[in-house]
Ligand binder design. Structure first.
Ligand code: HEM
Length: 316
């Protein structure tokens, strides 16, 4: 067959391919051989469905434990999507407002999905089954989700993640190690009087504390809050950006937390004495957003809004 019977577009593509491979000192013909012998891509190889669907390994035979596992896994995948965006924003050079806004939009969409789907936990499991199989999961808890903590660290300065009393005394530029000491979830899982840490916290710290400290160092000037303060406070689209950041703060730190709290209320609230959490926190005092008052972007809220954090006004 003469080359003239080939589509000229194809010839052009071959030329470009040859140039591409030549730059790297590679022989195009050998790569074309590889193409000749390789199989067509399938959906299952690309998405790794078999691996994904093999990751549900319940500890008991209660059918609803599968719901519990899968919904946690779904959430972790959404957390990964969110981190994928905070990381892209941090790496972007130069970072412009359109990119910042479009990625914030994605983050807000992901978090809204998580908030809206939480009913799968609240209403979607038999209480009787839940209260039994949860005993086989001690002392594991969603508290130990590392990605959740990385999302927090890449979204704001560490000072805003300290427990409220420490936050008021600390300074923005204190050493990361010093700020990490007082991060709210460590205080929340430590008995105040004795200083004793829950086993859930001890194990979590052992596995991830160094990773978190390194990550916080890396994100000290590149977290979303700092990037906003450095680049966009007075930019032409400042209002739009402020609105997107406020939306993120509310969906992540009030609405998702309230949706999550409803699941604790549904399964663990029981008079006269509430059921203990698997992670051992005093969850009635720890989980409600109006107590920790974690906000990623404090400069964007008025004193009144801060005072009402996590109350009905934010539930809409
Ligand atoms: C019936 C469902 C659930 C119940 C009853 C529940 C209960 C709790 C409780 C009581 C805590 C406080 C820590 C402890 O002492 O264990 C907690 C923390 C947490 N849970 Fe859940 N949880 C549920 C589902 C989930 C799901 C699906 C996720 C998704 C990953 C999740 C993520 C978290 C996170 C990130 C924390 C830490 C929150 C913080 O530090 O402010 N939980 N959960």
């Amino acid at each position: 067959m003469s080359t003239s019977s080939f589509d000229p577009v194809l010839i052009e593509q071959l030329k470009k391919l040859q140039e591409k491979y030549a730059v790297m000192g590679q022989d195009l013909s050998s790569y074309l051989d590889g193409l000749l012998y390789s199989d067509y891509l399938t959906y299952w190889d690309y998405i790794h469905t078999d691996t994904l669907l093999s990751l549900q390994n319940p500890k008991t035979s209660f059918p609803d434990e599968q719901v519990f596992i899968m919904y946690h896994q779904i959430t972790e995948l959404y957390f990964k999507l969110i981190l994928h965006e905070t990381e892209q924003i941090a790496q972007r050079e130069p970072l412009d407002e359109d990119f910042f806004l479009s990625r914030l939009g994605r983050i807000n969409r992901y978090f809204k999905q998580l908030e809206n789907s939480f009913d799968i936990m609240v209403d979607g499991m038999d209480k009787e089954q839940f209260l039994k199989y949860r005993m086989s999961l001690l002392p594991a808890s969603g508290f130990q989700s590392a990605q959740y903590r990385l999302i927090e660290i890449s979204s704001t300065s560490l000072i805003n993640l300290m427990d409220e009393a420490s936050r008021l005394q600390a300074k923005e530029n204190d050493a990361i190690g010093q700020q990490m000491e007082k991060i709210y979830w460590r205080s929340g899982a430590t008995e105040l009087a004795s200083g004793k840490k829950t086993l859930t916290l001890q194990q979590f710290e052992e596995k991830y504390l160094k990773t978190f400290a390194n990550y916080a160092e890396q994100y000290r000037h590149k977290n979303l809050y700092q990037l906003y303060l450095q680049h966009f406070q007075n930019s032409p689209k400042a209002d739009e950006i402020k609105a997107a950041l406020r939306e993120y703060d509310v969906v992540a730190n009030v609405k998702w937390r309230l949706a999550h709290l409803r699941s604790a209320g549904r399964y663990l609230q029981k008079s006269p004495e509430d059921i203990k959490a698997t992670g051992g926190t005093n969850w009635q005092k720890y989980l409600p957003p109006r107590f920790q008052r974690i906000m990623f972007f404090p400069a964007l809220w008025t004193e009144e809004e801060k005072a009402n954090w996590g109350r009905a006004a934010f539930e809409r």
